[in-house]
Design a protein. Structure first.
Lengths: 340, 65
């Protein structure tokens, strides 16, 4: 349930803002709408939030699919919507009331490639794509595009399918090319099995992937074979900035020792970004404060520093690169993302 | 009916209409205050799954779905 952490972050943001006197003399109230993970229900409760509850803005949904259903409704009604999690296409394209505050792969991957080339001195990358997985296909293409002109050569470009168990052929091909790192754009199950085969064949390179690898199951399935494997994420509670450290401490105090993650942080930022836009616009009218939201620059959020670019897509820094160490994901590096 | 009687009837009717309108105006007054009270709060909606099956793809990354 990714709604719960998002909601907890939102509630905490509202409490913090209200404790500091509110915005333009008004208190913030969070109105909950449970879409039960269903697109039809998502459309229905979005309509209710707007017409029955008279919300002026919506934070959500964390998924691309339901955000794509809710966004046209919000746009038509002139209510600002900011998704705190959707990374797929078809979200902000709905119009000038629609935003998101999550780090996109198209922004994260170039930053990772710079880090690999400049800090880790990687020169050769092998790519593995799951070609029956749209996300993997798109993510690999993002990587290929971003690698151009960065001094990194793609020495192998292998294909698998989600659900495959035998990767001996692909690893044999990759082994011959001696890559510095294996970029896998798919999910943790296949990722773990690929790395087991890689170690079996004596491949020394570690795996790198997106949040599709970030799961305890990746470590459980892969065991020692995934030690050193890396996953790029938009948030880590480790090495926190002063703003993030304050948020983590207060969150843990409020929610019985719970350490906040990506969704709690992005839910929190969704509300504080709306409050910031209202304050700068000096108006609670979405038609007015949407322009202030679009002009957001270097906003010091708890999930990073956020700038909204033309097209209402965010750019955030830093990117958190996590690596498996002693059987757990741990922060390897905070990679700066270019904000211009 | 004399002109005076007609005038008296018209005046009475006009008075009654004025009183009725005044009453209606008083009845509507609380409705006008409701938006003002609501405007003291900024309502922000949360849209997400709190119950049900959230997952079109993997349990760890439904946001890609």
């Amino acid at each position: 349930m990714f709604g719960k952490p998002t909601l907890e972050g939102m509630k905490m943001a509202a409490d913090d803002i209200n404790a500091a006197g509110g915005i333009l003399g008004k208190k913030i109230e969070i109105v909950e709408a449970d879409n039960r993970g269903d697109k039809q229900e998502g459309a229905s409760v979005t309509q209710k939030l707007i017409s029955r509850d008279n919300v002026i803005a919506i934070v959500g949904d964390p998924t691309t699919g339901i955000t794509k259903v809710a966004a046209p409704i919000a746009q038509k009604a002139g209510v600002l919507l900011i998704s705190a999690g959707a990374t797929g296409p078809g979200v902000v394209e709905n119009g000038d009331f629609i935003f998101r505050n999550t780090l996109l792969d198209s922004v994260a991957i170039p930053a990772c490639i710079d880090y690999f080339a400049n800090d880790l001195k990687y020169k050769k990358v092998a790519i593995i794509t799951s070609d029956n997985n749209d996300y993997s296909v798109g993510f690999s293409q993002t990587f290929r595009d971003a690698a151009k002109g960065k001094g990194i050569t793609i020495v192998a470009d292998e294909k698998i399918k989600d659900g495959d168990k035998d990767f001996s052929g692909q690893i044999t091909n990759i082994k011959a090319k001696k890559p510095d790192v294996i970029f896998f754009s798919g999910y943790y199950t296949e990722g773990a099995l690929i790395m087991k085969e890689a170690r079996k064949q004596g491949v020394k390179a570690n795996m790198f992937g997106g949040d599709g690898l970030f799961s305890p199951e990746f470590i459980k399935l892969g065991g020692s074979a995934v030690e050193g494997s890396m996953s790029a994420l938009g948030f880590s509670p480790e090495q926190a900035s002063p703003e993030t450290a304050k948020f983590i401490e207060a969150f843990s105090k409020k929610f019985a020792g719970q350490v906040p993650g990506l969704f709690e942080a992005q839910g929190y930022d969704g509300v504080t970004m709306i409050a910031d836009a209202i304050k700068r616009a000096n108006s609670v009218d979405p038609k007015v404060f949407k322009d202030a939201m679009a002009a957001t620059k270097n906003f010091q959020g708890v999930s990073g520093t956020i700038t909204i670019r033309p097209g209402r897509e965010p750019i955030k820094t830093p990117l958190c690169l996590l690596a498996v160490k002693d059987g757990k994901f741990a922060l390897k590096a905070k990679v700066p993302v270019k904000m211009d | 009916m004399s002109f005076k009687k007609i005038s008296a009837l018209l005046l009475t009717a006009a008075f009654a209409l004025t009183v009725t309108a005044g009453c209606k105006k008083k009845e509507e007054a609380p409705k006008a205050e409701a938006p003002k009270a609501a405007a003291d709060t900024i309502k922000i909606g949360f849209l997400g799954a709190l119950t049900g099956d959230t997952l079109p793809c993997s349990a760890n990354r439904p946001w890609k779905g």
